[in-house]
Design a protein around this ligand. Structure first.
Ligand code: ZN
Length: 900
């Protein structure tokens, strides 16, 4: 996870070696997920029902919706400064647009004509019919009927007409195979590399289409066109270099031969001896050579880059899997950047993560200087954009951030094209994401305060300290938030991480420990209640197991936390499976198959967030808990995608547990606004970075190690949320009356029907409903819940107890109508005995808003399916020393028994 130089500290020292196959792994190696998506895309392409939609290369920060998303631009003469008349523009534009209306499926010899509507042709304003006829006659194409030629450039009928300009048209050999979006892509790249872009200094482009949409064919089409044609009749490109990962060199060679046969003389340097490589390169660069294309790996290019310093060694550079150029400090990147060739095409199938610096590196490689230098970029774009996304940003900062983001989008969308299959997301059921803030237990609070007040931590804040130390402290606090047992283990082992927890054994309740040896016994299951999050999780599992047939995935960064999950499952006799870094590849698939097998009585899947990345399909579960926030937001996102993916039939619940007022809220908050702490911390401390807020200042560090003990949610507090202002904090039951007036449609809609099914739709206040369809990082527009009764999830309502202090919810729509969970109505009645026990144990507790719900029966919606669901009573089992007997072994998940 720690890419790039500087500090080489492992964030979690005991962690598994296997990382997520994150989209930026950059190796172009087989990722099951990508392969799966690719085959779906190719499938749709072959069936002829592919619908593409344009997207941003940096999806979380930039958009393509602000203008400039149009691929097509009117023809423009390459040299003439004169502007063609509007009518000529329109004519050319229409000619092009009409040309892309037909296609044949890949691999098929029978074309599928898509008729151009007569009305469009008859539109005298554009005079289309004449234009099309002109072109057709001029070209005499040997195209099958129904396929229109693809004219990339056409000389204007202007004063330049006597210049020696010729039409540039894609060879019929290739155009017959191009799908509409591929025609568009070829045109887009042509406009960029031939200097036809309306923006000066654009000579390169990034084609970032999703896997399977045909980036290779589009590039080969352009390559072949430029090697044979040009504005003045002479080829625009004499020599081209294709740089690719080693594993793809021969693949490129085969693809070129497949599409254009022997028409392009090329040399591919693959598995050659050093002598062969050198002679191959010399052969290619020699002025007398007839070789037009060199295919070479990144490594080979880097080793021999000096051989390409001559200005005429290359007229077109194509970099495949180009996301590896996101770091401009690598030797390979610098060697390629130094190549005296302006026309650069970068191919990449994966969007970048939330990182503007990597984005800048790729853009600056493609079109050097187009966004100014890095200092200007940081000041002008990056700082305001990041600042505007901080939850605590002022309205002014947000506005500036949005403006700069829009401006940057418009600028880069002129030369970055990314399309995805618009239909792929349609097969998913609705999803709800719940950020659940839980308070620490008294023991956790005690240890937390003790630690942050220790002299080591104080010194860390005030003095210049090794970054590794700070990371170790953060890790210690994160572990404490998960469960004090993790800290106990650390202290007992006497490992260096103990500093700050000296003498802390005395805080632990003696009943957890064996009297003689002092080793951990867990107090016959009572250990669960020593952590706020774990306590909530235990109730959540119990309710799920008793009332539904849902299965759940539990994710943590720490194998020790997985150990605790496993112990919980054993004690409660829940069937469970575990996958972490030590699980062999062959075993992984067995575990996955087992979990997804409906005939088996499986319930919990324990997953290490570092081990379970790619290809894991856990659609047997429709609920997933992210127990601790990861440094890298992409990891959390990928974990959530294990269950919300093709094949999932049920509605999906993603829970993100955070300990209120602690480091976890801060980590998550930074995830949402910046690239996480990871990068921030690892950077070398320089004045310029501090000035831009890219580094943790003393103030930042102090904030990081501050504990807001009684806060419901620090993130919410920092928002200074205007939506909740009227009833911030505990409110009386009278205040529960619903505000129904002046609500907009957006606010009233219950996306995915979660609130209705949970029986709380009728009672929701405005602040408890999300505003429209907010982005993941826009927590301000999510539903805000001080009370569990309003959370559109019956299971969480019942499981919240006194530990949950605040919940953010975000409902996401899916086109798939979900198969509803089987929920048992049996457990609506409270067990009087249990209630008695509970009231004895809870005697000392003060009612907080989240505990009020136990006394407030919900009004279940009296329609349809909700009748069958038990929501009315917030059933709250108390798993303490007495409750080990509660959930018992069952043979069938749907067969619900209350053992009491
Ligand atoms: Zn609010």
């Amino acid at each position: 996870m720690f890419g790039g130089g500087g500090v080489s500290v492992r964030m979690e020292e005991e962690e598994d070696e296997v990382g997520w196959c994150s989209s930026d792994s950059g190796d172009g190696d087989g990722d099951d997920d990508i392969e799966e998506r690719k085959s779906q895309n190719v499938d749709a392409l072959l069936r002829g029902n592919l619908v593409v939609k344009r997207q941003s290369l940096l999806p979380r920060l930039l958009s393509v919706s602000q203008g400039a998303a149009v691929c097509r631009k009117p023809f423009k003469p390459p040299c003439s400064k004169s502007h063609a008349s509007a009518s000529a523009y329109n004519q050319d534009l229409t000619r092009k647009l009409s040309a892309r209306k037909r296609f044949v499926p890949w691999g098929s010899s029978s074309p599928i004509p898509i008729p151009i509507p007569r009305s469009a042709l008859d539109d005298s304003k554009f005079n289309v019919a004449v234009a099309v006829a002109d072109v057709a006659e001029e070209l005499k194409p040997s195209l099958p009927p129904g396929i229109d030629p693809l004219v990339l450039w056409h000389p204007q009928d202007s004063e330049d007409a006597n210049a020696n300009f010729t039409t540039i048209t894609v060879d019929p050999l290739l155009v017959r195979y191009l799908r509409p979006h591929q025609r568009e892509g070829v045109q887009f790249m042509f406009d960029c590399v031939s200097g036809l872009s309306t923006t000066p200094n654009i000579h390169g482009c990034i084609l970032a289409d999703d896997m399977g949409l045909g980036k290779t064919l589009q590039s080969i089409t352009l390559l072949y066109t430029l090697l044979s044609q040009g504005f003045d009749g002479k080829p625009m490109v004499r020599k081209a270099i294709i740089v690719t990962p080693t594993s793809l060199v021969s693949n490129w060679e085969a693809e070129i031969k497949k599409w254009v046969g022997e028409r392009v003389p090329l040399v591919a340097l693959c598995e050659s001896t050093r002598e062969d490589v050198i002679s191959g390169i010399d052969n290619f660069t020699s002025p007398k050579s007839n070789l037009q294309v060199l295919i070479v790996s990144y490594e080979t290019f880097r080793m021999h880059s000096s051989k390409f310093s001559s200005t005429d060694s290359c007229d077109l550079l194509i970099c495949d899997e180009a996301h590896r150029l996101k770091n401009d400090q690598t030797i390979t990147n610098r060697a390629l950047a130094a190549l005296p060739c302006k026309r650069r095409i970068l191919l990449s199938g994966t969007p970048l993560q939330n990182d503007l610096e990597e984005f800048f590196a790729m853009v600056n490689f493609t079109n050097p200087g187009i966004l100014g230098d890095i200092a200007h970029f940081r000041r002008y774009y990056e700082a305001p954009i990041i600042c505007g996304r901080e939850p605590a940003a002022t309205a002014e900062e947000k506005k500036l951030g949005a403006e700069q983001s829009a401006e940057l989008s418009v600028n880069v969308n002129r030369f970055i094209l990314r399309r995805t299959n618009a239909l792929l997301s349609n097969h998913l059921p609705p999803k709800i994401v719940e950020v659940v803030c839980c308070k620490l237990t008294p023991l956790q609070s005690e240890l937390y305060k003790h630690f942050i007040q220790s002299k080591n931590v104080k010194r860390a804040i005030t003095e210049e300290l090794k970054q590794s130390k700070i990371l170790a402290y953060i890790t210690a606090l994160k572990k404490l938030c998960n469960h004090p047992k993790l800290i106990y283990d650390t202290i007992r082992s006497g490992s260096p991480g103990t500093s700050g927890f000296e003498d802390c054994i005395r805080f632990f309740p003696p009943e957890m420990l064996s009297g003689r040896s002092g080793s951990w016994t867990g107090g016959h299951g009572a250990w669960v209640e020593l952590s706020g999050k774990m306590h909530v999780l235990a109730r959540l599992l119990a309710h799920l197991r008793q009332r539904t047939n849902d299965r759940i995935v539990l994710v943590s960064n720490y194998t020790q936390t997985l150990d605790l999950f496993a112990q919980l499952c054993r004690e409660r006799r829940y069937p469970h499976l575990r996958l972490d870094g030590s699980t062999s590849i062959s075993k992984r698939q067995k575990l996955v198959n087992c979990f997804n097998d409906p005939s088996k009585d499986e319930f919990v899947f324990l997953l290490s967030s570092k081990a379970g990345g790619c290809g894991l399909n856990l659609i047997g579960g429709n609920r997933l808990v992210l127990f601790d926030p990861d440094w890298n937001p992409a990891n959390d996102k990928q974990a959530a995608a294990r269950v919300w993916r093709d094949g999932q039939k049920k509605r999906v619940y993603i829970y993100r547990f955070l300990s209120a007022g602690t480091i976890e809220e801060k980590v998550y908050q930074r995830q949402m606004s910046k690239e996480g702490l990871q990068k921030v911390i690892q950077q070398e401390q320089t004045d310029s970075l501090v000035a831009q807020g890219n580094l943790l200042s003393t103030e930042n560090l102090r904030d990081l190690f501050t504990f807001h003990e009684n806060i419901k949610s620090e993130i919410h507090e920092n928002m200074q949320c205007s939506r909740c202002q009227t009833f911030d904090g505990p409110r009386s039951t009278e205040a529960q009356s619903t505000i129904t007036d002046s609500e907009s449609d957006e606010e009233t809609s219950d996306i995915g029907g979660f609130a209705e099914i949970a029986g709380c739709l009728q009672n929701l206040k405005r602040s408890e409903k999300q505003v429209g369809s907010p982005l993941e990082e826009d927590l301000g527009s999510w539903g805000h819940h001080f009370f569990p009764t309003s959370v559109p999830d019956a299971i969480l309502q019942a499981s919240a107890g006194d530990e949950v202090t605040f919940v953010f919810t975000n409902q996401v729509n899916g086109r798939l109508v979900p198969v509803e969970s089987i929920m048992s109505p049996k457990l609506q009645q409270k067990d009087p005995k249990k209630e008695l026990l509970k009231s004895k144990q809870n005697g000392k507790q003060k009612p907080t808003p989240f505990s009020l719900h136990n006394r407030l029966p919900l009004q279940s919606a009296s329609v349809g399916i909700t009748k069958n669901i038990s929501m009315n009573v917030a059933f709250k089992p108390q798993y303490s020393l007495v409750s080990k007997v509660l959930p018992q072994k069952r043979s069938c998940p749907a067969n619900i028994n209350d053992d009491n």
